[in-house]
Design a protein around this ligand. Structure first.
Ligand code: GDP
Ligand code: IMO
Ligand code: MG
Length: 481
């Protein structure tokens, strides 16, 4: 007879053997096409400081996916999709929502401002988008009016040292979650519980909220009533989303996990304290969606062909002056959420290689290559140097070092051609191809997708896309003509 202990050992061995059998080859080796059905979980993350074009990439992948899941962040995010000349700016809604009938999930790791979400739902419906396949995790935390006030107050108190947050209440909401004072989506469905939890959450904040004592947004009854109303609107969408996603994965359906922000804004790994209050790296997809690490098969990092950053904090490859103005104008670099002008800089390969490491990137999508047309030479940062002459080829973990680091570059010939009509690698000028080759070799991650304009058809699928779970649609080459 087998003892419980030996049964346990046997089960573990079987799992390990099974895992080895289906373990995908390490990138960038080619995966045989037969593995595709067994590779359903794809994470899309920002590999810089946000605004890399995650919305566009997710929307493209969503066409062939079965479910799209947001797993962290909140309406600090602004994800843009441009289809047939029409622009969609999404803040909380997963970027799969424009594909009718696909399961779109707002996972437990997201912080939800229910006013923003209900407004976004209204706006989408008004524009004729079917939203019935949206599902919202009952465990996701809610941004409350006091979170927004505290975000403002915190920034005002920091003065010149401010982080430059989006002031959407993100940090204070995640802080309450960690302090176990958060209000969750499920609490919207019970007036008594909701009110009790608001009272408990407000109590330790009395001192910091004193300047807002007369603010009508903080009135307990009207806040409770307002949030109960959101609860009524959102109730049909509330679900056990972790189970829904796992059901899809068990059926070998494709699930795209859509990140917000970017690796360098990660609260653990980014340029702390000039970061957001969640983990935008791929590992967080598991926690924020309620799946296990083995359910993730590919990790796509999205990066611009240059770099932008909104808000304060170190930015070793930042450009200022007329060159920066030109890049900002050409790239339309103004925040999707706040409208703030984005700081701009040259491609930072030290940071990108760090992001590849943090995320185990298996593929890169390089967006906005078209914006570099006319810049000659093109520069890419390959190491940092500090005031004392010390050289850093790895991203420095020490804040002081990073604050005093500036980029050292290699220069490559630029190109002047308009790339917006390019649809294959061979359409690209040699200088653009050389630049992409350099980036992929430096970071040691294959580039599968290149953006040459904001429109969803303005992309180039590279040869490396033959090896990924979701490659080009069959009509992509045709649409190039
Ligand atoms: P996200 O937050 O990562 O989804 O990115 P945002 O939507 O905030 O910012 C990216 C901006 O670049 C949006 O205005 C997109 O429409 C635009 N965009 C995306 N890809 C490309 C591209 O390849 N070329 C150009 N010119 N614009 C692009
Ligand atoms: P998407 O998903 C770019 C930045 C803010 C600020 C810092 C902290 O569109 O890429 P927060 O409000 O999160 O507490 O602000 O993070 N930030 C973003 N920057 N893109 C975003 O989202 C961002 N979300 C937050 O500017 O510097
Ligand atoms: Mg954005």
């Amino acid at each position: 007879m087998l003892s419980l202990v030996s049964l346990g050992v046997k089960a573990t061995r079987e799992r390990q053997a099974g895992h080895q059998a289906r373990k995908p080859p390490a990138a960038p080796a080619r995966a045989p096409p037969t593995l595709r059905a067994a590779m359903p979980g794809i994470v899309v993350v920002g590999a810089q400081w946000g605004d890399e074009g995650k919305g566009k990439v997710t929307d493209m992948l969503a066409e062939r996916a079965d479910a799209i899941v947001r797993f962290q962040g909140g309406n600090n995010a602004g994800h843009t999709i441009v289809r047939n000349g029409t622009t969609w700016k999404l803040h909380l809604m997963p970027s799969g929502i424009l594909h009718p009938g696909k399961l779109c999930v707002i996972g437990n790791g997201v912080v939800i401002d229910p006013k923003v979400l209900t407004d976004e739902l209204d706006e989408l419906r008004r524009r004729g988008v079917e939203t019935s396949a949206l599902r919202i995790s009952a465990n996701a935390h809610l941004i409350m009016p006091y979170h927004m006030l505290l975000d403002h107050a915190g920034e005002a108190k920091l003065g010149k040292l401010e982080i430059g947050t989006t002031r959407r209440g993100i940090g204070p909401c995640y802080a309450d979650k960690a302090a176990r004072l958060g209000i969750r989506v499920q609490d919207l469905l019970d007036e008594k519980i909701l009110k009790k939890k608001i009272v408990a959450a407000l109590d330790p904040k009395r001192l910091s909220l004193r300047p807002y004592a007369k603010d009508p947004r903080l009135d307990l009854q009207s806040m409770t009533d307002e949030y109960l109303t959101y609860g009524h609107v959102l109730e049909p969408y509330i679900a056990d989303t972790s189970r829904l996603v796992l059901e899809r994965l068990d059926r070998n359906e494709m699930v795209v996990f859509e990140g917000a922000q970017g690796a360098m804004l990660d609260i653990d790994h980014g340029t702390y304290p000039f970061v957001t209050s969640s983990n935008p790296v791929a590992g967080a997809a598991c926690i924020g969606a309620g799946v296990g690490p083995k359910d993730i098969d590919e990790v796509w990092g999205v990066a611009k062909a240059y770099v932008t950053r909104v808000g304060a904090g170190p930015f070793p490859t930042e450009i200022e002056g007329p060159l920066a103005d030109e890049m900002r104008e050409r790239g339309g670099e103004y925040g999707t959420t706040t409208g703030r002008p984005r700081r701009v800089g040259w491609m930072d390969l030290v940071a990108l290689r760090y992001a590849a490491r943090l995320n185990s990137l298996t593929a890169l999508a390089i967006t906005k290559l078209d914006v570099l047309a006319g810049f000659d030479p093109i520069r890419a940062c390959v190491r940092y140097r500090n005031d004392e002459g010390a050289e850093f080829t790895d991203f420095p973990y020490h804040q002081t070092v990073l604050h005093h680091a500036s980029g050292e570059y290699i220069e490559m010939p630029g190109f002047t051609e308009d790339l917006s009509e390019c649809r294959s690698e061979t359409d690209l000028p040699e200088a653009a191809r050389e630049y992409l080759r350099f980036v992929a070799d430096f970071v040691r991650v294959p580039i599968v997708l290149v953006g040459v304009g904001p429109g969803r058809e303005q992309v180039i699928w590279t040869e490396a896309a033959d090896n990924v779970a979701i490659g080009p649609p069959t009509d992509h080459a045709a649409s190039a003509t």
